[in-house]
Design a protein around this ligand. Structure first.
Ligand code: GLA
Length: 392
């Protein structure tokens, strides 16, 4: 597994970057990972179930303390620091990439941190989480910054609360109407395990995955089709789910199960019905996946992954031809199971495959993409890794 804390890793880069930009030593470095969602898509904002794991790609934040009340943030992507006085920090005063870290500072205040009485900080971020691949590079930033400031300012928030802080930053400051999946995965995950989360209570169960022991690997195919959550499809799906819940007389779709589908079909128009059917069946697939893992091990979960993809493709309609092709080729190459992961409309597909088949599957996907005239995808394996932590 990749060690991000070693020389050349993001932790060391963040510490060195802070020193170079601000001429002061880091008093600490924290990091948080991106995520792959194994199953449970668009269920989070319906108060449902998700089952992600953290990947071995992280964002590190180095922190230097200050005597005044100014917060400065910089990163490898944006070397010029963005500077703001804590008294002037409102959602409207930040934009661009700094909305992620500064949004977290603002959101901590909304959750009760006494921002009127803390000192400023200098933050420098470095990341090796692929951006725009649907692997939650933004949640990695939010979770690393939330954990760092919680510790540095002695706020004492627990991790589920820090996940909500990240979500609020994303919703109100970045402006993307996303759920709690990404930040929960980044903050609650553990090595070699998935984290089964009830998005209503935020109760989380760490479930060992045993992929490597079973000779399995997770292959990620980043289609390089850009997805944007702030706009269009994602918000429309969310609105359909809310409309479906309202028409069916429940506060969220979590209150319904597969047994309610018959009534739903009678009450709803065809499109809303299919959106609802995805959520109800997907919640059930998450429960089935977790049970199958406990009882029969990782080779038993493939059918649920495959069925989840079909449901996202046909009922929720969030897939794109590149994702469908990646999934089909992986399945043809003998994958245990494959599906798109994340919000959809682009981003990445995952395949659970025999480690011995990784190279063959990669070549098969590459040539199928070339034949179809699609952009060359990025293909790599990821390992289930530890959630957010202090590195030094
Ligand atoms: C994105 C959002 C999450 C979740 C997924 C779909 O990753 O950020 O909150 O809704 O899409 O499962």
């Amino acid at each position: 597994m990749q060690d991000t804390t070693g020389e050349g890793g993001v932790t060391a880069l963040a510490a060195a970057g802070l020193e170079r930009r601000y001429g002061r030593r880091a008093i600490g470095v924290w990091s948080a990972p991106g995520r792959v969602n194994l199953i449970g898509e668009h269920t989070d904002y319906n108060d449902g179930f998700v089952f992600p794991f953290a990947i071995d790609h992280r964002t590190a934040v180095a922190l230097g303390d200050r005597d005044d009340r100014v917060v400065r943030v910089s990163s490898a992507f944006a070397p010029e620091p963005v500077s703001i006085h804590l008294d002037e920090l409102v959602p409207e005063s930040v934009s661009g990439w700094s909305a992620y870290p500064l949004g977290v500072v603002w959101a901590l205040g909304r959750f009760g941190a006494d921002l009127a009485h803390v000192r400023g900080v200098d933050l420098h971020l470095e990341s090796d989480v692929p951006v725009g691949a649907g692997l939650s590079s933004s949640a990695a930033i939010e979770s690393a910054v939330a954990l760092a400031l919680d510790e540095h300012w002695g706020l004492g928030f627990d991790r589920p609360t820090l996940a909500k802080v990240g979500r609020l930053a994303e919703n109100r400051v970045v402006g993307a109407p996303t759920g709690i999946l990404d930040q929960s995965a980044s903050l609650l995950a553990q090595a070699d395990a998935g984290v089964f989360i009830d998005c209503r209570s935020l109760d989380a169960e760490v479930v060992p995955l045993h992929f490597a022991e079973a000779g399995l690997a997770i292959l990620v195919v980043d289609t390089r089709v850009e997805h944007a959550h702030a706009t269009g499809g994602y918000a429309a799906r969310r609105a359909s789910c809310e409309a479906g819940a309202l028409a069916l007389g429940v506060s969220s779709l979590r209150d319904l199960g597969p047994a309610d589908l018959e009534r739903a079909q009678r009450v709803l128009d065809d499109e809303t019905f299919r959106r609802v059917r995805h959520i109800l069946t997907e919640n059930q697939r998450v429960l089935d996946t977790v049970r199958a893992l406990h009882e029969r091990g990782p080779r038993a979960i493939g059918g649920y992954l495959d069925a989840s993809h079909v449901s996202m493709r046909d009922d929720f309609e969030i897939s794109v031809p590149e994702l469908d092709l990646a999934v089909e080729v992986a399945q043809r190459s003998g994958a245990v199971g494959a599906r798109m992961t994340g919000g959809g409309f682009g981003g990445s597909a995952i395949a659970l495959i025999d480690a011995a088949r990784v190279d063959k599957t990669r070549s098969a996907v590459l040539s199928a993409f070339a034949d179809a005239g699609f952009t060359t995808p990025k293909i790599f394996t990821v390992a289930p890794s530890q959630g957010a932590r202090r590195d030094r």
